[in-house]
Ligand binder design. Sequence first.
Ligand code: HEM
Length: 450
Amino acid sequence: MNTTPTPKQNLIFGNALQFKPKDFHLALRKWADELGGVYKFRIITKDMYVVSSPAEIEYLLTNRPKKFSRSSKLSSILNEVSLNGLFTAEGSSWAKQKRLMTSSFSNKQLTTYFPKLELITNRLISHIKMNTTRLDMRNLFTRYTIDVTSSFSFGDDVNTIENSDKMSVKHLNFIFEVIGERVTKPFPTWRYIKTKKDRKLIESVSYIKNYVTEYIDKANKRMESTAVGSAPTNILEAMILAGRQEDHPFTNEELFGNVITLLLAGEDTTANVLSWCFFYLSQNPAILKELRESLAHLGKVSSMESLEDLPFLESVINETMRLKPVAPFLILENLEDTELSGHKISKNSTIVANISYNHFNSTYFESPYSFKPSRWLEQKNQNTDKVFIPFGSGARLCIGKKLSLLEMKLAIVEIVRSFDFKLDCAADEICEEFNFTLNPNKLPMIFSPL
Ligand code: HEM
């Protein structure tokens, strides 16, 4: 049996004082460079194993749900704020939810949804047209993804693009901000002492619960009164229908947990990839030109199919997600004693699958720190699918992958065809921060219509 290497540790704090929460992903990467494919570090009393080698990561992800689950610490933080949906569910409850929800994200459902996505994207373009001088694009992309996810999930046209101070959005953003802080805290202080922020969180969760419950009631009524076989108009209705057809209806708690899970999972992830993409395009005029040229043959985009065969656009998105993996690692737990590369890991340990580690490995990606979308065209037949899994892999693969790719493609196509743009600050002022997802600290941009 191998002794698992560890970074140098402080006797009391372990490695807790050696990184800032916002740089957690960088610490994991640096230690993997020094210590190899499997190592462990310690936060006060808690050991965490980190797995960075592709074969072991594949083993972890494909042996779910039987041998590995999501981290119970992460799940309890999310469940405390009623986010008990597909992301945190385990065992038979997860299997039921995944099976029933998968149909809600089908191509058929996305095709039905496309006209609404088009409407929201047109609003995004009009908003940029009217505010070309200085736009905080990180904020605007977040509003775009909130609008898309809300209308897709429960049919609400919140329109935060044109109206940024909706109460529901303020409460949601506050909930997400606190989750981000709690996930990176070494100790769950909020369970023992409630600060003003913790009390405000309870109010926000209650507001959102009432708000979403109205939509659940509406969707229940609509699905009861509409004819058998009529198409659901949003995920909430699709979940209700799928549950009824299989005789395993979702409970109201499950419906609520899933609606806000989708809002959380669908908002920052997609908004951050879009933000990073426009950061890179603004810094690489030749690549922007090539992208525009690759889209020149496209007429009006009015269906999902028109966005299907656009290899250069897909390469730009892949390259963005390679260099800025918005979900850089996954935190898991082993349900039984495990051995990984000769390292014995006892049951219920925390295991971090460092899924983005090999994005920066020159064995797989030549000049790994350069933004070079064309590598994805050249590498088409090479084996990068084991080391490039930005949406995860195995049974717990991201359910929103197709929706987010569709959303990102449409936004990029329409912005790139309508505007020239540049960063409104020095490029080195833009830094990455880990706040549950990997976001840029800001993204001020100036636009000019083409
Ligand atoms: C660029 C955008 C996105 C990225 C990079 C991303 C990434 C991920 C990753 C890495 C996972 C964990 C997979 C695993 O454990 O193997 C995940 C799970 C999940 N994602 Fe996404 N995601 C994105 C967008 C979305 C959207 C738009 C939605 C829904 C509206 C969504 C909903 C979910 C849900 C519900 C899960 C849990 C699936 C399960 O546990 O079975 N995601 N996502």
